[in-house]
Design a protein around this ligand. Sequence first.
Ligand code: PLP
Length: 385
Amino acid sequence: MSYLFPNYGRIPLEIVSGEGTNVFDDRGNRYLDFTSGIGVCNLGHRPVQVKSAVDHQLEKVWHTSNLFESSIQEDVAQLLCQNSGGDAVFFCNSGAEANEAAIKLARKFKKKHRMISFQQSFHGRTMATLSATGQKKVRDGFEPLVENFEYFPFNDIDAITQLTGDDIGAIIIEVIQGEGGVIPANQAFLKAVEKKCKELDALLIVDEVQTGIGRTGVPFAFMHYDIKPDIITVAKGLGSGFPVGAMIGSEKLIGCFSAGTHGSTFGGNPVCMSAARATLNVVFTPSFLIEVNRKSELIMNKLDQLNKLSLVKSVRGKGLMIGIELKLEAKEVLADLRKKGLLVLPAGPKVIRLLPPLTIKESEIEEGLSLITKTLEEKETIQSV
Ligand SMILES: Cc1ncc(COP(=O)(O)O)c(C=O)c1O
């Protein structure tokens, strides 16, 4: 008997402790965690820098409300702006709330009702963000949706080039679609999206909830591409496990979110901010990001060997956000890996998604990848019999 709504398809495994890339279940079994709590624990489990910052904050004050000034919010906002090219930040508690804020800000600023997003995209579970999401299964049953969202094919330059209308307020996009299957955008496509925003006088909102905070080897994944968003949304990795989201906006938008227009009781909570400040001080250090890229190269080189297996369709991604597309259901492989002590994620029905902590050690990369290779080789043998 459970007192929880069954809205999650839960795996029969309870993680009771974690350190670095390792987690342990209630029977003492160890697992190598290549999920990071879905791209959240970017510095691994219980990183010492974040723990000591949070411990320190817990001794001072836990909550004050946004009726008062907050120098710790200012610190985190400065780190986010200086590393993204943005000019102002609104803090909230999740990725959906960051996107909700972006949608509201775009509506209020542009006063135009149509918004464009992309097929297979994922932007959250609130009414506006599920309406922006380009996956039918996420929207089904929740109609009537927030109106005027349209879903364009991802990486289709022709389709976006043909978009017209002086009633379009914004285009929202993940530069690497995460939940949709780890699908990186093409450079030319993103340039076409940016150009279209300029042509239509619409805002470009980049959803970096999964790709931001160093995950792809740069502070924000849009930096792999030669584009400049008007709004960037982040969450997941920002608080190392403490719930925090943020919307970063460009200068022209600042006046639009004047006092009383938008808010959140817990947004910018000092304990979460202490976790975020400590996290960013590590992740945005150039030497840290160089290491992420080195590890990414190591993993990609090793995964390249998987392409020889006939059940592997492709290996793709950037930094430490990696997808292995299979010709069979990913959940079969996930269960086998779990039995061998490795936790990985699905992304759609046929993609295995790897989001290991950015702090992963080389020995852990070796261990995890050899388990993946072994498991896929076993599957290949069974299939060919
Ligand atoms: C790209 C993207 N946007 C938004 C969200 C929603 O974030 P949250 O679950 O924190 O509301 C997610 C969550 O997976 C995401 O991957």
